[in-house]
Structures are given as C-alpha cells and as structure tokens.
Unconditional design. Structure first.
Length: 342
C-alpha cells in the first residue's frame, strides 16, 4: 500500500518534530521517518539528561525533556511516525511528486520531502575490541538508560567529549567506582567539565586513564570482567568493571541521500535562506543536515529554519494561493487547528 501525503519529514530529532508543528499550523499533515527506534534523535539517543540552556523561555531544559515537550506540542496534529526505518529510495514521478520507500517496505507518494536528519542515518561508534560484540547490550552500552541501576557498581566510561564527561560527573557518587578512559590527555569536552572531573580524581571513586581498549576479559566463571587497556607506553592493564559505557560519538552517514542529486558540500545539503529548499524543488532541509552562508548548528537555528520551510512547503503545494501569516495568539483558525479555545 502506498501512503499519499503532502509531506514526509526524514528525521525525528528536535528540528524534525518542530517541523511537524509548523506544518500543522498551516494545515499540512506530515509523516515522519527515522532510523532510530524512538523519536528524539541525538537528544534521546546520546544525552537525554544533558541540560540545554539556549531554548527561548526555558532557562534550563533537559534534552529528553525538550523532546517530550515537543511531542506534547505537536500532539494536536496527530503526526504518523515510521521508526526504525531508513529511506532507501527517492525518485521524482512524472507528476512532479516524489516516490519514497523505506527499508521496512513503507512506500510514500508525497508532494514534498523535508530532510531533518541531522548528520544522516547515524549509529553510535561501536567498541570493536576483541570479545566486545558478545557483551553488547548486556555489559557494554552506548547510552545510559537508567542511572539509578548503576548505584554501587564499578563502571568504565570511554570517551573524551561532552557526553563522556557529563556522565562521569553525573554518576560520580552513585557508582562505587568510575574509570574514565580516553585515548589522549586532551579532551574535547567543555573545559569546565574537564576541570571539575580532574578535581574529583582520587584513585578510588574516580580514576582517569589514557590508552586504548585492546580486548574484553572475563572472570574464571565466564562472566564479564572488564577491559584490557593498553597505555601510551604499550603496557597492558586490566580494568575491572560491572558495566562499560562507550561515548565515542556518532558515525554519520548520509546514505542514499548522497545519491539523490542534491547539491552537497562536505556531507551537508546546500539550501537557500528564503525557503530552505535544496537544489531540487520540493525537497527542503532543516537543522544540522543543511548548510548555507553563516550557518550555525544550533537547535534554535533549526527551529527558525523549520518555520520558514513550512511556509515554503505551503507555497509549493498551492502556488496560486497567497501565503497568509496568522498569529497563534489571535487567529481563530490557529486556535481551531491547535484545539484550544479562547
């Protein structure tokens, strides 16, 4: 069965979700496709508890909290989500519309496509050390799902970016022992986080280690034991752990998007700043996946791009109609679409 729609949004991160809202205000229904099994993109997958300080009117907002608020905001428009699927085919039909298919066999006939896929279909960079694969999802993880369950445990955190440092600080005092392993002495995380981490190092509850993971080792009974680390002097160390968390970032991959004939610069899709339309009419791009002069990779910027893209989509759908700007504070039509009474 082919789903006929006005718009398909590829990506269910914050920009993709806000795009649903902006389209909904204009009475444009959207289907959303994402390669992950849940909405939220990087916010939910990598750092759900990370605080965000630059969302207007919210002095501080957790990343997962932001996603939850966006989901509540778009609920009046009943968006249809197709999760755990990647787009495998996109072709323009003879009618000027697009045929889009996913890895799960979902097929769309859509007038417009909006790319909100961040860096593309992404997966966390995996630990490829000997013996690691069989312990994934049991003792080796790529996100912290339940911090409270780590109380009293010995854990190893791999990485030198914000996620690794944020979780090191967040779990200090909960886990009985944390070993932070990074391949070099310099970190990519915020200096304040690095300085705070170093101030907590005591060799007992928190230890810092430079080196790379050689293998997983097990106990005499065959249970997970921890990691064998090789330091800069090529000496081997066995670091015991109950759980290991890998925060090496994402492996970005534009996938089939790179073959759609779009104008691409360094794995980012070029757009104009009036419509946020790509080089292919009817295909738009918002958020981290796009590029233009002065581009800033901020969630805030992506929200602005989504608003302008929505008006451009409306104009694309109805080229003979004047695009009217109405305010949610005063427009009865906006209130009706939002399901609110004034």
């Amino acid at each position: 069965m082919t789903i006929k729609t006005d718009s398909v949004i590829i990506g269910a991160g914050p920009c993709g979700l806000f795009q649903v809202f902006e389209l909904g205000l204009l009475d444009i229904q959207a289907h959303v496709v994402d390669s992950l099994s849940q909405v939220g993109g990087q916010c939910s997958e990598l750092y759900p508890d990370k605080p965000i300080y630059d969302i207007p009117a919210l002095p501080v907002c957790g990343a997962q909290e932001l996603i939850d608020r966006l989901m509540e905001q778009i609920s009046p428009f009943n968006p249809q989500f197709h999760l755990g699927q990647t787009v495998t085919r996109l072709e323009r039909s003879d009618t000027g519309r697009f045929v889009l298919e996913t890895s799960a066999g979902t097929r769309f006939d859509t007038a417009t496509v909006i790319l909100a896929a961040g860096l593309g279909a992404f997966q966390p960079r995996r630990l490829r050390a000997a013996g690691a694969e069989e312990w994934e999802a049991r003792n080796i993880h790529y996100r912290v799902r339940d911090p409270e369950k780590l109380a009293g445990m010995g854990i190893v955190i791999l990485g030198g970016g914000d996620s690794a440092l944020d979780w090191t600080l967040a779990l200090h005092g909960k886990a009985s022992r944390i070993t932070l392993v990074h391949r070099r002495a310099e970190y990519r995380a915020q200096p304040a986080s690095v300085n705070k981490m170093k101030s907590l190092i005591d060799g007992d509850t928190l230890e810092e280690f430079q080196g790379h993971v050689r293998s997983v080792f097990t106990t005499e009974g065959g249970a997970f034991g921890g990691l064998e680390i090789v330091d800069a002097e090529s000496e081997h160390h066995k670091v015991e752990a109950d759980e290991v968390f890998v925060f090496w970032g994402l492996s970005p991959n534009l996938g089939p998007i790179a073959d759609w004939g779009l104008d691409i610069d360094k794995r980012q899709v070029k757009v104009d700043t009036e419509k946020f339309q790509t080089s292919v009419p009817g295909i738009f791009a918002v958020g981290d996946i796009n590029t233009y002069p002065g581009k800033k990779k901020l969630i805030l910027s992506g929200f602005h791009e989504a608003a302008l893209a929505a008006f451009a989509v409306q104009q694309h759908l109805h080229p003979d109609q004047k695009v009217r700007l109405q305010y949610t504070t005063t427009s009865p039509l906006m209130h009706k679409r939002l399901g609110v009474s004034q």
